[in-house]
Design a protein around this ligand. Structure first.
Ligand code: ATP
Length: 216
């Protein structure tokens, strides 16, 4: 076996708000495959796209509250601090430059993001700099809509976790993580209607949402 403690992963998203559908699959993943740390990186949302309801500062604070007792996770605010669009391909290129050519690095996404992945800017360069680890999410297929994209997926797919630790980049793992039927959209809708979300996100995040008067 390679060194099972060296694989680091980046986990990007809007996190409006962060919830257990983000945290729990990734914690399970870390136990299953061995991850030394997971860096949560909230996006800057470019002005021409629908804006998150929470401000960048609020999204950052919610992630901080969610991970304060979870040493697996750290927060990276470099995308949040930017005022230009943040492309994952560029972020991973920069991260690779920082970490050097040989360290294994991974980017974590949910199943829904796998389906849209080929529409991401420079998506085919992402695997040059990192592996891709896909967490399960209820309601989404694990095959790509277009044949060419399915071929791309199969060309990079691995079932051998060790490869993620021994190679620096280039493999895709469809991880067998538990399903959580939670989305930030569902949480925002429930809070707006005054419905309970107690089992969907950490209590400290929920308290902060209430205190800030968010999503109501
Ligand atoms: P929204 O409902 O506002 O679109 P979201 O809940 O999908 O938000 P994002 O911040 O957009 O959350 O997601 C960040 C990443 O987390 C994406 O790769 C997404 O696929 C993944 N993710 C979100 N929720 C889940 C879930 N319940 N299970 C697995 N992956 C998830």
């Amino acid at each position: 076996m390679g060194d099972m403690n060296q694989l680091q992963a980046l986990f990007g998203g809007t996190f409006d708000p962060v919830h257990y559908g983000h945290l729990k699959p990734v914690e399970a993943l870390a136990n299953q495959i061995g991850l030394s740390r997971v860096i949560i990186m909230p996006n800057n949302v470019p002005p021409h796209r629908p804006q998150p309801e929470a401000t960048s500062a609020q999204r950052k604070k919610m992630v901080e509250l969610a991970i304060s007792d979870k040493p697996l996770f750290t927060l990276d605010e470099r995308e949040l601090l930017r005022d230009t669009p943040s492309y994952t391909a560029q972020t991973l290129r920069t991260w690779r430059e920082e970490q050097g050519p040989t360290r294994p690095l991974a980017f974590i996404i949910g199943q829904d993001s796998l389906l849209t992945f080929p529409t991401w800017h420079d998506y085919d360069t992402i695997l040059d700099n990192s592996h891709l680890i896909v967490c399960r999410r209820p309601g989404y297929p694990l095959t790509m809509q277009e044949e060419a994209h399915q071929q791309w997926l199969e060309a990079h797919l691995t079932h051998n976790v060790e490869e993620l630790h021994t190679r620096p980049a280039g493999k895709i793992l469809l991880a067998e993580t538990p399903w959580f039927n939670i989305s930030a959209t569902l949480i925002r809708e429930r809070l707006e209607k005054g419905e309970s979300c107690d089992d969907m996100l950490p209590a400290a995040v929920l308290d902060y949402i209430r205190q800030q008067g968010l999503y109501c």
